[in-house]
Design a protein around this ligand. Sequence first.
Ligand code: GRF
Length: 207
Amino acid sequence: MLKVAVLVSGGGTNLQALIDSIEAGKVKNAEIVRVVSSREGVKALNRAEKAGIETVVVRKKDYADEESYCSAMLKVLSECGADLIVLAGFLSVLPASLVKEYENRIINIHPSLIPSFCGVGYYGLKVHEEALKRGVKLTGATVHFVDEGCDSGPIILQKAVSTRIDDTPETLQRRVMEEAEWKLLPEAVNLIAAGRVRVRDGKAEIS
Ligand code: GRF
C-alpha cells in the first residue's frame, strides 16, 4: 500500500478528487496518511477531516529559517511514513534539501500544459489569464515530478482542454479542473501505486 501525504494551501478540490477516487476503488493500493496544510482554516483541511484523514498545519513563517522549517516538514512526513508526497494546490516552496530527500517521490499538479504558462509567478488564476491573453486554443493540466526548479521536473501526465471564445479566467480555471486536473491527479497516483512510473534520463516513463 502506497502511503500518500497530500500538501495543500486552499480549496482542496484536487485533494477531494483523490479521496473520492480512492474511495471509489479507481485508485488502488494507495491511502492518504496525512494532509499537511501551509495555512490554517482552509477548506482542504475540512475535506480531510470529513474523510477521517489526520491533518497538520506547518507554516513556514513559524520557523526561524529554512533549515528548521525543513526539519519540521521532514518530521511530519517521516512520522506518517509517506512514500509519496502530492502537492495539490500547495503554495509554499519546498526546501531544496527536502526535494532531494524525496527525489522522484513528490508530484505536483499544474493547471497548464507545461512548458507553457508555468514557472515563477504562474499559479492560480494568473495561469489562465495569461493563456487567454495569448489566445491559445488548447490549454490543460500537467502532473509532474518536483525537482529543485519551478515546474521543471519530469512530466508524468498531461491532458488538453479547449479554450472558448467567451472564457474568463474563472470559467477556464473551472473547466481545466473538471476536465483535466481532477482526473489526472488520481490517475497519476494510481500509476505510481502500481509501480508503473519510473524516471530515466530526466523523463518519466509509464509502462
Ligand atoms: C489547482 O488549479 C492546481 O492545479 C494548482 O492549484 C490549484 C489548487 O486547487 N496547483 P485546489 O486547492 O485543489 O482546489
